[in-house]
Ligand binder design. Structure first.
Ligand code: ADP
Ligand code: ADP
Ligand code: ZN
Length: 216
């Protein structure tokens, strides 16, 4: 099954994708994670992307589209995938559609994580991430057992620079300016399924499981 998780930053896409990816043995492809890794490694792509990411803007479509095309051509994607954080513009969505149809494939479903702005800000400002394994926490809603330490691997938890107040506001605006149109775009293609992402993490997981299980 080829699935896109769509929704504002902080909606819980990554949290849910991690769970579903394990349950369904589908690779979780987070463009944010791939880009942050490129920045950390100082690759060409990372050098080009860094400034945009720091300011909360989108990385240019051509860079991200090429990066995703390369990832989707890897063997583990042949049996399906979860795209998290991509596409984020209509141009990216069209490039994705072309890329898939070129290989005789198509998207099966776009899961839209619906949540209001206030919750997004709360979730992003309390988000913490494990430096070692990438696990996701929230200081209030999904706290680790030991403060500042990953439950899974003991790694140090950190706050992303772009999860600070100013950049959060900018990212939300970017979402409304450039990404929210994808809701209507995919709805028009009959692919959109909405999930109430304002619930507790485990209730959201149940909701996502239910929509994926109902796929025709
Ligand atoms: P979020 O927590 O908002 O879901 P991500 O980890 O998906 O954040 O993205 C972090 C940053 O990486 C974005 O603000 C943007 O600069 C860049 N980025 C990630 N995915 C894309 C994309 N599909 N197109 C352009 N830029 C992207
Ligand atoms: P996204 O990938 O959509 O940007 P994340 O999955 O990283 O969002 O979640 C953003 C933050 O909100 C994280 O700190 C995460 O632990 C927390 N979070 C995720 N889902 C929920 C939820 N249902 N209720 C409360 N907090 C959540
Ligand atoms: Zn960890």
């Amino acid at each position: 099954m080829n699935v896109v998780f769509l929704g504002p930053p902080g909606a819980g896409k990554g949290t849910q994708a991690k769970v579903i990816s394990v349950e369904r043995a589908m690779p979780h492809i987070s463009t944010g994670d791939i880009l942050r890794e490129a920045v950390a490694k100082g690759t060409d792509l990372g050098k080009k992307a860094k400034g945009y990411m720091d300011s909360g803007a989108l990385v240019p479509d051509d860079l991200v589209v090429a990066m995703v095309a390369a990832r989707l051509s890897e063997k583990d994607c042949a049996g399906g995938f979860i795209l998290d954080g991509f596409p984020r513009t209509i141009a990216q969505a069209e490039a994705l559609g072309k890329n898939l149809s070129g290989g005789g494939l198509a998207l099966d479903m776009v899961v839209y994580f619906k949540v209001d702005d206030e919750q997004v800000v709360e979730r992003l400002s309390g988000r913490r991430i494990c430096r070692k394994c990438g696990a996701n926490y929230h200081v209030q809603f999904m706290p680790p057992v030991v403060e500042g330490k990953c439950d899974k691997c003991g790694g140090e938890l950190y706050q992303r620079d772009d999860d600070k107040a100013d950049t959060i506001r900018e990212r939300l605006q970017v979402y409304y300016r450039q990404t929210a149109d994808l809701i209507a775009y995919y709805s028009g293609k009959g692919l959109l399924v909405e999930v109430d992402a304002s619930q507790t993490p485990s209730d959201v997981t149940d909701a996502v499981r239910a929509v994926l299980a109902a796929e025709r």
